[in-house]
Design a protein. Sequence first.
Length: 138
Amino acid sequence: MKSQDQEVAEALQAAQDALDHLYDARDLLKSAGNWGLFDIFAGGFFASAIKRSRMKDAQRKLDAARDALAVFVRELHDVDGAGGIRIDVDGFASAIDVFLDNPFVDVYVQGQINDAQIQVARAIEQVETLRDRLARHH
């Protein structure tokens, strides 16, 4: 059986792994948002392509963050109870943006990017808070 110190150390490592992915996703979503604004106001295939690329990269990071968060939650259960965190980017929005590149769809996709940024920021705040609380008690 593992000691409480080991359980806390594992939870802290899992928190850091999740945060690393969330920080990367936050940066990619910010970039996608910037390109999205450019796409809305200046338009063009180039801006749409870069925005979609950043969104796909952010989705990969969010998927990795979701996996890391699941590990973090499992580790927390060994130390202290915790609930799950769900983060998702609407894949449908990026799919329709490929085929319907127009200002109305671009604005909708920008809204989805903004929503994802808010969710990631909340997840980061929650994980940082739990990590800091664990570290204080460790």
